[in-house]
Design a protein around this ligand. Structure first.
Ligand SMILES: NC(=O)c1ccc[n+]([C@@H]2O[C@H](COP(=O)([O-])OP(=O)(O)OC[C@H]3O[C@@H](n4cnc5c(N)ncnc54)[C@H](O)[C@@H]3O)[C@@H](O)[C@H]2O)c1
Length: 478
């Protein structure tokens, strides 16, 4: 259940502090009441803009709850696949997509036509950064500009894309209000960040609590109600800015904590004789005040790597340096270079020249058991190795058939004895659960494990071939 939000008329209708007439305020509460009624009796038409990792599960969830749902995406390949009832998001069962397409509750289109017929619209478009790591919110602004052309009284718009505080009120609201319509009266606007964790079987769209902050109390109330149709626990906060900052805190928290263990993992390797993996597991026995994070080859994906930069960029406009964010980024971004050092050390131990070395990368998705390669640390490791003159690189990943790195196309190799034995050095960059790590160790010459995937490999002969990042075995590294 959501935190209690008064169902009484909104502040606008009580005080008329914005100078609008009583008639306008009555109008506003009529719009709110009509939309509320439509959401409650499931006649509200739902729109989802951007049908990727966030948008498609959301759209399918609404359609499965009986709402007529329209998905809009500019990627025609995705649209034509959905129009045939074909799914492309790993976490959604194929049958769920086929069912809602076949029963007509979900429809996908590649333009914004008839967007004015939608009642509640979720915006789930990408929020990447530029080469210089400045925020790029042009996907949001172009989606909102399209919606503005079709804006009608009584619509609710919920931004879900992760972004810096004040995007909803400072950027989205002015575009929509340029139509002459007023937020909280003619239309309703809120920010409700996404928390989906691709590959997580336990925490799904339905059972992961979600935060909502509306521009006015009526906006919050309606956005909470819309979310409650598919999400068990919805938490209202006082403004979109709080919700925007809250999402960034979640991701900065992870980035900073991962950086901390990465730094200590390097220290363990420097000191020798202490494994950071054992240290983290030991600390995790404390039943309060501690949460385990593990070292690795770097961070990736569309969230933890990017989102902190949104805030550090914004903070600079206030003469404020977000030192934790910068330090965490510096540490995490150093990890692929650290993996490169481990690879060079393993090559140096063999009678082979760098340029002749054959390197096999195991796992190119940014984390285990997913197919998402965006900003994957494995790709960064491959780029760095190629820049250093290593040309014979191949990879295995059951979730990723093809990969493009620094202008080269790579195709996934079959993980078998031949592939493993052909490599001078194997790097485990992603610890997919379906792999047999004992088998991998047995058929490797030198194995660099950046994820502790080989933790159950106990045979001393095999362990001698394994260089585990942060294990304290690489005491001679710089
Ligand atoms: N992937 C995650 O695990 C995750 C988790 C939490 C939050 N987020 C945030 O959610 C947002 C979306 O992420 P995602 O992973 O779903 O991205 P995605 O790239 O998988 O999907 C975005 C979709 O939007 C479409 N699109 C782009 N511009 C459009 C436009 N103007 N109109 C219509 N469609 C358009 C793209 O074609 C794409 O299909 C981002 O802000 C991201 O940071 C993602």
């Amino acid at each position: 259940m959501a935190q209690s939000i008064p169902l009484a008329p909104s502040k606008t209708t009580e005080t008329l502090s914005n100078g609008r007439t009583k008639g306008a305020s009555d109008h506003a509460s009529q719009h709110a009441a009509a939309l509320e009624q439509k959401i409650r009796n499931k006649t509200a038409k739902i729109g989802v803009i951007g049908l990727g990792y966030v948008g498609l599960p959301l759209a399918i969830e609404f359609a499965r709850k009986g709402f007529e749902t329209v998905g809009i995406d500019l990627d025609r390949t995705k649209i034509s696949s959905l129009q045939k009832g074909k799914n492309y998001i790993q976490d959604i069962p194929d049958a769920h997509v086929a069912d809602v397409v076949n029963n007509g509750s979900f429809r996908a289109q590649a333009d914004y036509s008839n967007a004015r017929t939608l009642d509640a619209i979720y915006i789930c478009v990408p929020t990447p950064f530029t080469t210089n790591k400045d925020p790029d919110i042009t996907y949001i602004t172009s989606a909102v500009e399209e919606l503005a052309k079709e804006l009608r009284d009584g619509q609710l718009i919920i931004l879900k894309s992760t972004t810096f505080p004040n995007t909803t009120e400072g950027t989205v609201q002015p575009i929509l209000e340029a139509t002459g319509k007023k937020v909280g009266e003619d239309f309703f606007l809120a920010f409700s960040p996404e928390r989906i964790d691709p590959g997580n079987q336990k925490w799904t769209t339905a059972n992961t609590p979600i935060v909502v902050g509306g521009v006015t109390p009526a906006c919050t109330r309606l956005a909470v109600l819309a979310n409650e149709q598919i999400i068990e626990h919805v938490i209202a906060v006082t403004s979109p800015k709080v919700a925007e900052m809250e999402k960034l805190l979640e991701n900065i928290f992870r980035s900073v904590n991962i950086a901390l263990v990465n730094e200590l993992a390097k220290l363990c390797d420097r000191m020798g004789g202490i494994s950071m993996w054992e240290v983290v597991d030991a600390a995790a026995t404390k039943p309060f005040g501690y949460m385990p994070f593990y070292p690795g080859p770097g961070i990736g994906g569309h969230c933890i790597l990017i989102d902190p930069y949104y805030l550090s960029w914004q903070a600079r406009a206030y003469d404020f340096e977000t030192n934790f964010i910068t330090l965490a980024a510096e540490t995490n971004e150093s990890m692929p270079f650290y993996v490169k050092d481990l690879v060079f050390k393993a090559i140096a131990d063999q009678p082979i020249r760098l340029r002749d070395a054959n390197i096999l990368v195991l796992g190119v998705a940014f984390k285990r058991d997913v197919d998402d390669t965006r900003h994957s640390p494995a790709i960064r490791v491959m780029e760095i190795l190629m820049q250093e003159g290593v040309s014979q690189i191949s990879y295995c990943d059951p979730f990723v058939e093809k990969l493009w790195v620094s202008g080269r196309t790579f195709e996934a190799q079959t993980l078998d004895e031949q592939t493993l034995e052909a490599a001078n050095v194997i790097i485990i960059t992603t610890d997919h659960t379906q792999w047999d790590y004992e088998f991998i160790a047995r058929h490797s010459t030198a194995l660099i494990d950046t994820r502790n995937a080989t933790k159950h490999v106990n045979d001393p002969k095999l362990r001698a071939k394994i260089q585990l990042l942060g294990s304290g075995k690489a005491a001679h590294l710089p």
